[in-house]
Design a protein around this ligand. Structure first.
Ligand code: FES
Length: 351
């Protein structure tokens, strides 16, 4: 989190509207943004859909990168972007105003939002499976009448039963499983979802969900794929691997998956099986202090990265895990020479 730089909001006396060109990965759209209106508000008004959720600057889903122009966020507020991310041109579009014509790069296709509309539904718990000491696989079944589709890498919000709290989780299941969704959830010592899963959850419980949302997912380009997952950050990678199983075969797919302890690891059998039928897949599993599990490396998902992982210029990196791991991984990839625009990250927060 960071406090925004000391910019001030545009004066109403400035030019009343500016043209903002939105560069999606599948094309561009231009919207006119009044000086006193955020880019997200103006885009919504113009019928151009952008990924967003909270609209108050805290969730980070509406992020875009300034390619040209002067795009500012009000001073003195707390945002989900860090100062170095803001310095690097990232902006939350639900909070951003423009001073003159501008251009914003977005890392998702405009078609995604039309293809995968947000729905709300009551799902039923189909299974609760403990995957290790600290992770649970939660299976949710959607009613037959609900039309739900998502892009691998996206997530849904779910209301924790018995509370007014909502939490967000990425689908670990593949895009083809539209009626049965699987989530891999870290169970912490405290936390509303953790408490529910540990103490109260039973098959048949009803859970309100809303989604899909988020822009994380495979960029539709050919080239090697490097996935870096910390803990339950493995979930969206599993969903993306299922897509890669049929979509892309000529380039290497590297997955680095790490947990603090061996007892926190999960889905090792599934990953091993995937390597059997995905000839280009290479999996590295890493923990702080390996002891018993064969083939597990010592270190963390960042320490085992090397130059060979990014040497192909078309390599795209996908990161999911706790904020500290994401920051370290991004820094390491940049240090290894990977262009910032090829690094795509999704962070998760306490459950
Ligand atoms: Fe949540 Fe903009 S929509 S930060």
């Amino acid at each position: 989190m960071s406090i925004a730089p000391t910019d001030t909001l545009p004066e109403r006396s400035m030019a009343t509207q500016s043209n903002v060109r939105l560069n999606f990965t599948d094309g561009t759209k231009t919207v006119q943004v009044p000086a006193d209106t955020t880019i997200l508000e103006a885009a919504t008004e113009a019928g151009v859909r952008l990924v967003s959720q909270c609209t108050v600057g805290t969730c980070g889903t509406c992020v875009g990168r300034v390619a040209r122009g002067d795009v500012i966020m009000p001073e003195g507020r707390v945002y989900s972007l860090k100062k170095d991310e803001i310095d690097a041109g990232q902006r939350l579009l639900c909070q951003s105003h423009v001073r003159g014509d501008s251009e914003i790069d977005l890392d998702y296709p405009a078609s995604m939002l039309d293809e995968y509309p947000v729905i709300t539904a009551t799902a039923k718990v189909g299974a609760i499976i403990w995957l290790g000491e600290t992770a649970v696989e939660l299976q949710l079944k959607l009613p037959k009448s609900v039309r739900f589709a998502f892009r691998a890498g996206q997530y849904v919000r779910m209301q924790v039963p018995g509370t007014d709290e909502w939490r967000s989780y990425s689908m670990a299941s593949g895009e083809r499983d539209r009626k049965k969704l699987t989530f891999t959830i870290r169970v912490l010592p405290t936390g509303v979802m953790s408490d529910y899963l540990r103490n109260n959850a039973v098959v048949g419980d009803r859970i309100e969900i809303e989604g899909p949302t988020g822009s994380f997912g495979l960029i539709d380009e050919s080239g090697p794929v490097l996935m870096i997952a910390g803990g339950t950050g493995l979930a969206p990678m599993l969903s993306m691997l299922e897509k890669l199983q049929t979509a892309r075969d000529e380039y290497p797919i590297r997955l680095v998956f790490g947990c603090s302890r061996e007892t926190d690891l999960f889905h090792l059998d599934e990953l091993e099986a995937r390597q059997g039928f995905m000839s280009k897949l290479d999996v590295r599993v890493v923990v702080d202090e390996p002891t018993a599990v064969t083939g597990v490396l010592e270190g963390n998902p960042v320490s085992v990265l090397n130059a060979a992982d990014v040497e192909h210029p078309l390599t795209s990196a996908y990161l999911c895990g706790p904020p500290a791991m994401l920051k370290a991984a991004e820094e390491r990839l940049l240090e290894l020479g990977m262009p910032a625009e090829r690094i795509h990250a999704e962070q998760f927060l306490p459950s």
